[in-house]
Design a protein around this ligand. Structure first.
Ligand code: FES
Length: 84
């Protein structure tokens, strides 16, 4: 993991498989749930994620920047529409 690297890039570099498509936080295909280390993330475009998802640790990995180690889970995690 490199400082400022996206969670998606760090995961792919580590050999993890995460689906992705838009790379802008809009499609939700790379969504993961943070299990540990939420204090080590910052979103490039937080408006694309609802406050409820953020509170639950659900983030699009492509726009989540890392400042330290995190653990996350994949699976049936989907984003809620962000408020307009
Ligand atoms: S690739 Fe679309 S939200 Fe991350």
């Amino acid at each position: 993991m490199l400082p400022g690297q996206s969670l998606l890039d760090a995961a792919l570099d580590a050999g993890q498989t995460i689906d992705f498509s838009c790379l802008t936080g809009g499609c939700g295909s790379c969504t993961v749930r943070l299990v540990e280390g939420a204090k080590h993330v910052a979103l490039d475009t937080p408006n694309s994620v609802s406050p409820a998802d953020l509170a639950a640790g659900i983030v699009p990995a492509c726009i989540t920047r890392l400042t330290g180690p995190v653990r996350f889970s994949k699976g049936s995690v989907s984003l809620s529409p962000a408020p307009a």
